[in-house]
Design a protein around this ligand. Structure first.
Ligand code: GLY
Length: 415
């Protein structure tokens, strides 16, 4: 009964926004003095998530490529393990195990984690932090399987080879074997997310070397990637001889000076994570400023357009993945900031994002029966993955959903 009532309160706020012409859902959330409630039924969502991924696994099991997108005709597009997204599928399976407590999810989660073993020495890209921490990292967190530790350590060592001490950041793109011939050293804002693996390894293996590199990278990213308004340049290119900035530009955003939504979401998450790991207030300040800007640019119904500066807004695409990543970062921030008004703001927007992603507008439907979240934009510049399902949207949605349900259960005395 209590659960029904809470869900009804949540649904009421959502309906208020849908029916009210003057106040958007965002405005309602920002004015609220109470915590927003979830607007979906937890059991129905659990049933939906498990059903979708049971069907995904049936198809994924046919080969060792990793599912990347799920399409309207029920097919899946898969990708090699060297792709930056290869860890999200295993990560989603770990989160489903965490959500349901059903141990039958462990075997597939292990299977899709362990296919990534060769990545521990892969020198092709910086994303090995994402790939291995979402898969092996979650596996270790949930099972404490010691066999996963050497893999995480070796991945950290491989990742650290990309650190350029003259510049003070990790190299993002390019194979290490080719760096001698590369004129510039590039660093992208997304690289902040790889630091979580290094912070984990520093603590776990008592190796300050890993955290020293992570901290230097985070500090230099503050110096080189941010505009005065706390939006970011996606890519910074450095001269390898002088260490000076040569270019600040975009790869996936609308243009070099635009506010690419997913890039901004990575900053909220990345600096909140660095504050959690170091206690350095500078990172909290960064995350919070980025969050304030991100929230100020969200549309009334919350899910961000793929780039906040696309001149075709409101006739352009949303990026649900950016909404999911930001929700995870905002939950973290809401627990970190001391100011109660600010904390409530981050909390309510995070819950609001989870509510919107859990609505019929974003949950997979029709023949999309092997994935969770629709309407993300992968690479608008290349015209690939426009308005579709992408596995990292599913992954961060699951992370945010778990957080929302955990808070909901605690509030209702279920935990
Ligand atoms: N890390 C690449 C992206 O966010 O699309």
């Amino acid at each position: 009964m209590k659960i029904r009532l809470l869900v009804c309160v949540g649904i009421f706020s959502m309906l208020a926004f849908l029916s009210c012409k003057t106040e958007s859902y965002k405005e309602i959330l920002l004015c609220q003095t109470e915590k927003e409630q979830i607007s979906f039924d937890p059991d129905s969502i659990k049933e939906f998530v498990t059903g979708q991924y049971v069907r995904s696994l049936e198809e994924a099991g046919k080969g060792m490529l990793v599912p990347r997108n799920s399409y309207k005709d029920g097919t899946i597009r898969s990708t090699p393990i060297e792709d930056w997204v290869s860890g999200f599928y295993a990560g989603t399976l770990w989160y489903i195990y965490e959500l349901t407590g059903d141990t039958s999810w462990i075997a597939p989660a292990r299977q899709w984690t362990e296919v990534l073993d060769p990545i521990k020495t892969y020198e092709g890209i910086h994303d090995i932090g994402f790939m291995m921490y979402c898969s092996y990292g979650n596996g270790y967190r949930l099972l404490k399987d010691e066999r996963y530790l050497p893999v995480l350590k070796q991945t950290s060592e491989t990742l650290c080879k990309r650190f350029n001490p003259k510049i003070g950041t990790l190299l993002s793109w390019g194979n290490l074997a080719d760096t001698a011939t590369q004129k510039y050293h590039n660093t992208i804002i997304d690289n902040m997310m790889n630091l979580e693996l290094l912070m984990f390894s520093a603590k776990q293996f008592q190796e300050p070397y890993f955290s020293d590199i992570a901290v230097k990278h985070a500090d230099n990213t503050i110096k080189c990637h941010f505009r005065p308004n706390y939006s970011t340049y996606h890519v910074v290119e450095f001269d390898k001889k002088t260490g000076k900035i040569v270019k600040q530009e975009t790869h996936q955003g609308y243009d070099d000076n635009s506010d690419w939504a997913r890039g901004q979401a990575w900053t909220i998450y990345g600096y909140s994570m660095m504050y959690r790991e170091t206690g350095n207030k500078k990172y909290l300040e960064m995350s919070s400023r980025c969050a304030d800007r991100f929230i100020s640019r969200l549309p009334g119904d919350l899910i961000p357009y793929w780039d906040f500066d696309d001149p075709r807004i409101a006739n352009t695409y949303r990026d649900a993945s950016a909404g999911a990543i930001a929700a995870c970062g905002l939950f973290g921030l809401s627990e970190q900031v001391e100011d109660t008004v600010q904390s409530l703001k981050y909390y309510n927007i995070a819950i609001g994002l989870v509510n919107r992603l859990s609505s019929a507008d974003y949950l997979a439907k029709d023949n999309y029966y092997k994935c969770l979240i629709l309407h993300s934009v992968g690479h608008w510049q290349k015209k690939t993955e426009i308005d579709c399902n992408i596995n990292y949207a599913d992954y961060y949605y699951m992370e945010a959903l778990l957080k929302a349900l955990d808070l909901y259960d605690k509030k209702n005395g279920n935990k």
